[in-house]
Every structure is written in structure tokens, then in C-alpha cells.
Design a protein around this ligand. Structure first.
Ligand SMILES: Cc1cc2nc3c(=O)[nH]c(=O)nc-3n(C[C@H](O)[C@H](O)[C@H](O)COP(=O)(O)OP(=O)(O)OC[C@H]3O[C@@H](n4cnc5c(N)ncnc54)[C@H](O)[C@@H]3O)c2cc1C
Length: 326
């Protein structure tokens, strides 16, 4: 690993000022479970000269619930999300998604902000510099997306365009299904962004001098059903090949409210709007579930080796809807 300077930030304003001052020569360190791997392999195109530890900023790791909903500090650990009685009771889709992340050790170190802002797992982007030199690609600012003509079995089937890597965050899928928002702070003040708007094809919505300070989740309707399901190659520990987050309210057997969000199929969580619209007011019988599953993948454009993701997505949507009938 190349050397860098390490600083413990004492306040949010100090951290954002340091980011603003050093530009792309500085980066944030939360749990370090993603960042340190990238630094070790020297995969990223830019090397930080300053690494700013934000775990040292007080007050960013709380989890608080009230009538309006849930507020999760950007530094709250994934393990704390899983253990929170409030999250388990009223936001189980988020607890399940956090529980499906990596291993207990990584969940104990990894934070909510870091999970949302983690870099893509595309194997071309992450190719280690030490083995034959760095592979450049569109996401690194030079050349085409190599997944288009290469091995694209884990890449996007929606909204690929410039870069076909997928968002690796499981919690983003659950938060999008819960209509969650991300609070971001920077030298120009604070802003609130829907989780769905946080992800773009080449990078996330953070400016170089901004920090995720909080995640806000509105309290879902009473009597709702929440499901998170994830298909992965290794059940023990692995990123999603496809996942689904579902939040649904059934009234007298008919769908009164529904959010269906697919994960690992696009640069960010992908909301299945056509399936949601179809289900409104309908009962959850076999025919409607199958039709909704077909509509959930409407508009998918697979690459040469990942059409199987369409079938996987349909199956997960069906299973999640069936789970709500029980
Ligand atoms: C073996 C392995 C398996 C994994 N499996 C999964 C999985 O199945 N599902 C899944 O979702 N994830 C998985 N991950 C990813 C893991 O969840 C993330 O590494 C972790 O959540 C990142 O959190 P962190 O606090 O360690 O972030 P860091 O590594 O400290 O930071 C990650 C990135 O986010 C930025 N960042 C961190 N906090 C903030 C903030 N508050 N504001 C702005 N930017 C910030 C950092 O600058 C850095 O660029 C896996 C990781 C490993 C190593």
C-alpha cells in the first residue's frame, strides 16, 4: 500500500473543510472495509494523500425512531441496525438486508454511510494494479466499459449506458423500498436526497466535499408486509446477484400500497414501477403475482452473459409477493 496521511476529524465542518481543501487527494474513512481493500490493490485511478477518519466525529452513530420514522446516523454500524429492536420491529426489510451483508466481522466494522457509498464490485474496475498494470475503463475516466464485450455475468440489465457495473449495496435496496432519504452535509450546507436519486451510472451523487450524515426512513403504514430476498452464488458470504426489497399494505385482500425494488441489476436500486402500478387495488392471487413479476423486468436489456438475471428477478419478485400472502 502507498503511504498516506491519516487524520481523525473532530467535527463535521472540519471534515468537509479538509475535503474541500484537498479535492481528489483526500477521502473519507468510515469502517474501512471497502476503502482499505481498494487502497491495498491500488485499483482506483486516484491515490489519496489524506485519509480522513470520520468515526471520530461525535454523534453520527445513533439510531432513533419516533412517530415520523427512523433516523440513522451515517456512522451507525450495520451490526447496530440488525440489533436495533426498533428496526427489527418496524423496518424488518432493512434489518434483513443488513443481515445479508458480508460477515459478522464486516457488519461490525461497516457503517450505513459506507455501505451506501461503497465502490462498485465490477471486476474490471477492481482489477489489482499489481497484476500486469491497472485496467482502465469508463468509470475510471478512460476508455469504454469493458463489461460490454467482456465477462458481464454480474453486470447491469437496466440503465447501463456508460458503465454497466451494479450497485453492490444491499441496504440501498431496502431503504429505497421504504422511500428512504439520505442527508448529505458539505461546505454549502445540507441537502436531502431520495435513495433512488443517490446513484448514477458512473458515480454516486456526493460532491467531493460532501459527507452522508443521516439516513431518514418514513414510518411505513401500519399492518404492512416487508420482505428482503437476495440470490447469491455463495450463501455464506456474497454480494447479491439479484435481490428484491418489498413493502406492501394489503387492505381486505387487495393491494393498497406497494414498493418493489430490485437490487444488483442497475447502477442503483431499480424500482419496478410498472409492477407496482399493476398491483394497486388487485388481490395477490397467482395470476396477478405472475403478471407483476413479468412487469418487474419490463425494459430490461441484458448483456451477452446475464439474461439469466431476468429470470432470477422474476422469481424473487414472485417469492416476495407470495411471502406477503402468508
Ligand atoms: C468480503 C466482503 C463481502 C461483502 N459483502 C457485501 C454484501 O453482501 N452486501 C453489501 O451490501 N456489501 C457487502 N460488502 C461491502 C461492505 O458492506 C462495505 O464494505 C461496507 O458496508 C462499507 O462500510 P465502511 O464503513 O467500512 O466504509 P469504508 O470502507 O470506510 O468506505 C467506503 C466508501 O464510502 C465512503 N464513505 C464512507 N462513509 C461515508 C460517509 N458517511 N459519507 C460519504 N462517504 C462515505 C468512503 O470514502 C469510501 O469511498 C462486502 C465487503 C467485503 C469486504
Amino acid at each position: 500500500m502507498k503511504p498516506f496521511r491519516h487524520m481523525n476529524a473532530r467535527s463535521l465542518s472540519q471534515a468537509t473543510e479538509l475535503l474541500a481543501e484537498h479535492g481528489d487527494k483526500a477521502c473519507l474513512l468510515a469502517g474501512g472495509t471497502d476503502l482499505l481493500g481498494l487502497l491495498k490493490t491500488k485499483a482506483a485511478p486516484i491515490w489519496p494523500e489524506l485519509v480522513i477518519n470520520i468515526k471520530s466525529i461525535p454523534g453520527l452513530n445513533t439510531i432513533q425512531g419516533d412517530e415520523a420514522g427512523l433516523r440513522i446516523g451515517g456512522m451507525a454500524k450495520l451490526a447496530d441496525i440488525i440489533d436495533s429492536p426498533e428496526v427489527k420491529k418496524d423496518f424488518p426489510v432493512l434489518a434483513e438486508a443488513a443481515l445479508s451483508v458480508a460477515t459478522p466481522q464486516i457488519r461490525y466494522m461497516g457503517t450505513m454511510g459506507g455501505n451506501l457509498a461503497q465502490e462498485t464490485r465490477c471486476w474490471y474496475y477492481r482489477y489489482p494494479h499489481e497484476i500486469g498494470g491497472r485496467i482502465m475503463c469508463r468509470r475510471k475516466g478512460e476508455g469504454p466499459c469493458l463489461a460490454v464485450t467482456g465477462d458481464n455475468r454480474y453486470h447491469a440489465i437496466f440503465c447501463g449506458k456508460r458503465c454497466f457495473s451494479v450497485c453492490p449495496s444491499d441496504t440501498a435496496v431496502a431503504l429505497a423500498a421504504l422511500d428512504g432519504q439520505i442527508q448529505i452535509a458539505g461546505p454549502r450546507g445540507e441537502r436531502l436526497l431520495d435513495v433512488l436519486d443517490f446513484y448514477h451510472p458512473l458515480r454516486n451523487a456526493l460532491a467531493p466535499d460532501e459527507i452522508i450524515t443521516e439516513i431518514r426512513v418514513p414510518r411505513p403504514h401500519a399492518e404492512n408486509c416487508q420482505v428482503f430476498m437476495k440470490h447469491r452464488v455463495r450463501e455464506s458470504i456474497d454480494f447479491a446477484v439479484v435481490s428484491v426489497g418489498l413493502v406492501m399494505v394489503l387492505k381486505q385482500g387487495s393491494c393498497d400500497f406497494v414498493r418493489i425494488v430490485l437490487g444488483a441489476v442497475a447502477p442503483g436500486p431499480h424500482r419496478a414501477l410498472k409492477a407496482e402500478a399493476y398491483l394497486e387495488g388487485k388481490s395477490l392471487n397467482g395470476e396477478n403475482i405472475s403478471a407483476a413479476a413479468e412487469l418487474a423486468v419490463a425494459g430490461a436489456v441484458p448483456l451477452s452473459r446475464n439474461a439469466y438475471k431476468i429470470e432470477l428477478a422474476k422469481t424473487l419478485v414472485k417469492r416476495a409477493l407470495v411471502a406477503c400472502t402468508k
